[in-house]
Design a protein around this ligand. Sequence first.
Ligand code: C5P
Length: 327
Amino acid sequence: MTVNTTVTVRVPAKVNLQLAVGPRREDGFHDLVNVFHAVSLFDEVTVREALSRRPSPSEGTGSAAGPVLAELTAGGSLGSHLSRVPLDASNLAARAVTLLAEGTGRGTPVAVHLDKHIPVAGGMAGGSADAAATLLACDRLWGCGLSEEELVGYAADLGSDVPFALLGDTAVGLGRGEILRPMPSPGRFRWVFALSAQGLSTASVFGEYDRIRPDAPEPRLDRALADALASGDPVALGAALTNDLQEAALSLLPELERTLKTGGGAGALGSLVSGSGPTCAFLVGGGGEAESVVAEREAAVVEALEGSGLCEQVVVADGDVPGAMIV
Ligand code: C5P
């Protein structure tokens, strides 16, 4: 395949600092108060122009000319997680290519490669991150010149967590999570993540939530969390972490309870299931704390989790970090 143009985008994972979930709506989604926090665990998405599949001018462009996605491949550092990445049209990155080509009429065939380091089906929005990165890369490659607002519009059509991956930093997501309001925080925090050997489907965790919380109240932003973020106090932040989906994730994968207890018992300031899980997140410090204090806590939590035999991999990251960026 002849290649002449390449764009690579680096995009972060997210952890939720608060995930408040309301009752199921008529469209099947749930209203959320979803405090997203971008962390330094990155996928890199490379989009190359696939010249051999370029349509002739008489054929037009985009999906009408034939498959605009010539190839989708994945690699990375994720062990068994990689085998869970779908490499067909169901991948959110593939849907991003098609959606943007249809919406702009500018699409020429591309090959997309996902260099994955964000857990797959892990509650850290890795698939959403790849979709956001693909939108940004195709916009550049095809010369669409879309505004941030237009890109966020395409992102929201792809999924509830996709707009945040474009924006990054810390933000509260309202509606089904796609309506974003930045929540600036002066602190930078250190996180330890325990990756599970299994994945959980977001839809099935929401389904379990409906079963065990048929009386869910309207979601509200937790004042203690907002105050902790504004002050940058890691102890207050650790105490304020909450996730309404945690009980549902633990109901589907009960062993996560032991993972949470292991990290908490080793001195984490706070612990929770990330999003719909099963990745577990442990806050180990930050804000104004001395680096040596944070490093000591981090080492104790990492050692306990690695020694527990409960998780497939343990990784460390900082937050917050900016959203998707061309490299
Ligand atoms: O928006 P996204 O495609 O990521 O959502 C995946 C699934 O998660 C949805 O099909 C739905 O079952 C559930 N979901 C929900 N309410 C939200 C977001 C997601 O019920 N606000």
